[in-house]
Design a binder for this molecule. Structure first.
Ligand code: ZN
Length: 414
C-alpha cells in the first residue's frame, strides 16, 4: 500500500538515538521503520534531516475566553485577588464574537508552537452567562483541523455563593462541555463546591479539573478533600488539580506525604509556572518566593504532572506566546533542573504526561494512531527544552497545519 506521505529520517522523542521514517496514510501513522520502501504511487517525502519529532504538545490548562485583554485592565498590586476582580470587571463587556476573536488569536499562537491537543477552562456564571462557552464551542469546531480542544466549564467566581451559576453549569454540561472544573478557593463553601462538582461529574460521566490551593499558606489544603472525594467516589485517574502553589511551601517530608496521597487517589497535578511566578509572593519585597509547585519531585511518587500555560496576556499573566516548550524551559530553570534526564522529564510534562492527565488513548507516534507529528529544530529531547528548539512544522491527522523555514544566516561575502 502506498503512503500519502513519508517523513524521512526523524528521531521520535524517547527513542532519540535511532533515525526512522514515518509513513502516513489516511491521516494515521501507517508504518515506522529505518528506511520505508515506497512505490511509485506514494505521495511526497518530507526530509526531517535527523530532527526530533513529538506527537505535538498537550496543553492541559489554558483560558481562551479571557486571553488577550491586558489592554483593557489596569492592575497595580499584581495579586491574585486583583487579577480575579479586574477580569470580572472586564468580563461584563465581553461579547461572544469578542471572545471568539481573542480565542482565535490565542489558538493561532498555540498552533505555530506545535500544540495539537488542548483542554481549555471556560468561565460560566450569571454575569457572562454562556457567552464564553458558546464562543469556545465554535472555536473547538473551527480549529479541529489543527488542535483537538476539550472544554472544561467552571465557576471562577464561586458556585454556592452565586445564585444561578449552578443552572448555567448544568446547561453547559448538557450542551457540549467535555468536563467540569471548580475553583473552591473563591467559594463561600469550598467543600460544598467540591462535593457539588463531583456530583455533576458523576451525573455526566465527566473528568474533573480544579483550580486549587492557590496561595503559599501550607497550614491547610483543599487538596485533602479533593483526594478524599476522588477515592470515595471511585474517580481516581479522572481528577486533575491546577496551581497548588501551597506545595512550594511544604518541607520535604510533607511533600512526600502529599505525593503519596495524590498517587494513591489518582489525582494529577498541573503546574502553571508563568502565572504562579507572576502572582505569588506579592507580599515580599526581597527574597520573593517562587511559588511554583515542585512537580518533578512528585513524578517520583507516580503522580501524573503537567506543565501548562494558563493565561495569556491578561492580569493573571501579562505574557504569553502559548509555547509549552518555553513553559518546560521556564519550569526547569525555576526548579533548578540541569541534568539531561531532569530536563527530558520537563519535555514529558508537556507531552506524554498531560496526555495521560487528559486520558488520551490515541496519543503518541505509533502505528495506528492519528498522524499528529511536530518536528522541532533539534536532535534530542533535552536540547529541545534547554535550547527552546523552534517548531518547524506540525501535522494534524496527516495534514500539515503549519510550517516555517529554518532561519538562515546571511554571511557577508568574502
Ligand atoms: Zn486557570
Amino acid at each position: 500500500m502506498p503512503f500519502d506521505l513519508v517523513l524521512r529520517s526523524g528521531r521520535i522523542a524517547g527513542r532519540d538515538h535511532e533515525l526512522v521514517d514515518i509513513g502516513v496514510r489516511d491521516g494515521r501513522v501507517a508504518a515506522i521503520g529505518p528506511r520505508l520502501e515506497t512505490g511509485p504511487d506514494s505521495g511526497r517525502d518530507i526530509a526531517l534531516d535527523g530532527r526530533l519529532v513529538i506527537p505535538g504538545f498537550v496543553e492541559t490548562h489554558i483560558h481562551l475566553d479571557k486571553s488577550c485583554i491586558s489592554d483593557r485592565c489596569t492592575c497595580r498590586t499584581g495579586t491574585l485577588q486583583e487579577a480575579i476582580e479586574s477580569v470580572a470587571a472586564a468580563k461584563r463587556a465581553f461579547t461572544e464574537d469578542d471572545i471568539y476573536a481573542r480565542g482565535r488569536r490565542t489558538l493561532e499562537k498555540a498552533i505555530v508552537q506545535g500544540t495539537t491537543r488542548m483542554r481549555t477552562h471556560v468561565e460560566v456564571d450569571p454575569r457572562i452567562g454562556l457567552k464564553g462557552f458558546h464562543a469556545v464551542r465554535r472555536l473547538k469546531r473551527d480549529f479541529a483541523w489543527a488542535v483537538e480542544i476539550e472544554i472544561c466549564v467552571f465557576p471562577q467566581e464561586g458556585l454556592l455563593n452565586d445564585p444561578g451559576c449552578d443552572e448555567l453549569l448544568v446547561e453547559a454540561c448538557e450542551n457540549g462541555a467535555d468536563l467540569i472544573g471548580g475553583c473552591p478557593y473563591t467559594d463561600s463553601d469550598p467543600h460544598g463546591q467540591i462535593a457539588r462538582i463531583f456530583d455533576l461529574a458523576k451525573r455526566y460521566d465527566f473528568d474533573i479539573d480544579f483550580h486549587l490551593d492557590f496561595d503559599l499558606d501550607p497550614s491547610w489544603m483543599h487538596l485533602d478533600e479533593v483526594c478524599r472525594q476522588a477515592e470515595r467516589r471511585g474517580w481516581g485517574g479522572r481528577v486533575a488539580i491546577g496551581h497548588v502553589t501551597k506545595l512550594s511551601a511544604l518541607d520535604h517530608a510533607a511533600l512526600e506525604t502529599v505525593g503519596r496521597k495524590l498517587a494513591h487517589a489518582g489525582v494529577a497535578l498541573t503546574v502553571l509556572p508563568s502565572t504562579d511566578l507572576f502572582l505569588m509572593g506579592r507580599g515580599a519585597v526581597h527574597s520573593v518566593p517562587r511559588g511554583v509547585a515542585p512537580a518533578h519531585r512528585l513524578l517520583d511518587h507516580g503522580v501524573i504532572c503537567s506543565l501548562a500555560t494558563n493565561n495569556v496576556l491578561n492580569p493573571f499573566t501579562p505574557f504569553g506566546d502559548c509555547s509549552l516548550l518555553r513553559m518546560a524551559n521556564l519550569y526547569a530553570n525555576v526548579a533548578q533542573l540541569g541534568q539531561p534526564d531532569q530536563i527530558q522529564a520537563c519535555l514529558e510534562m508537556v507531552t506524554s504526561h498531560p496526555a495521560k492527565l487528559m486520558n488520551l488513548a490515541d496519543y503518541g507516534i505509533a502505528v495506528g494512531n492519528p498522524a499528529d507529528i511536530v518536528a522541532l529544530d533539534c536532535t534530542d529531547s533535552a536540547s529541545a527544552v534547554a535550547e527552546l528548539a523552534q517548531p518547524l512544522l506540525a501535522m494534524k491527522r496527516g495534514r500539515m497545519s503549519f510550517s516555517r523555514p529554518k532561519a538562515s544566516i546571511n554571511w557577508p561575502a568574502v
